[in-house]
Ligand binder design. Sequence first.
Ligand code: ADP
Length: 265
Amino acid sequence: MDQPLSVPPGRDLRLADFDPDFTAGLDRDTAEAETRRHCDALDELAYRLFAEAKRAVVVVLQGIDTSGKDGTIRMLASGISPQCLAVKSFKAPSALELSHDFLWRVHAAIPPHGTIGVFNRSHYEDVVVVRVRKLVPKDVWQDRYAQINAFEKLLHDGGLTFVKCFLHISKKEQRQRLEDRLKDPKKQWKLGPDDLADRERWDDFQKAYDDALTECNTPHAPWHVVPADKKWYRNLVVARIVRQTLERLDPKFPKFDSSLLTKLD
Ligand code: ADP
């Protein structure tokens, strides 16, 4: 049995329809071995993208606190050479960033051709967290869906491929992960004052994500809902999606100038 990772653009996307604990009947060892194979393939594909230097990819990672964005980045970085990778984390905007339009800092972080960018949070915070925490009025965040779609289309037409992944965990799994953070001195630093307050607004976040994922699920930049209660299954799914994306792009090494062969003394 399989669980779809997406819905067709134009259709309502409801997180409640996706099982966060889905593992396709796989066990951990099998999934980890398969993830490793995807990472090996990714290394080669990313190298070709880098050599070709004509297109770029951005993996957008969204999800509620503790959903595994950091762990997913570690997995991708374990497979792809650092020179081909650009990781960017989006925190609460600075005063300078707030004095520009909300996409300004995102546009500046778009990776150059040849590079795979990984966004730890993204412009989707500007239609989710700002809505739940009421940081801007409704008419402002509502207009942003169309603005995001136009922005992503512009970048897509310029040779950028978006891989948008929502890391989907259950409320129960989040409780477990928050408890681990509260108890483990090596993880306590990860807990911010907002994390527990945000958990109290769980339903508001799910609703905001339902709407954002529905409104911005376009043919040129579709959303994937990644079952993420099991970290090893989450890694497998993201590695596979990124690999398939790069295989579809099929980057090529630049044409070799064979006259060079005669020039080496
Ligand atoms: P993380 O949780 O990603 O590991 P932090 O603990 O520093 O890192 O949290 C970053 C915080 O910044 C999150 O609470 C996130 O919702 C918030 N944030 C990111 N982008 C925006 C934004 N555009 N507006 C308001 N808050 C934002």
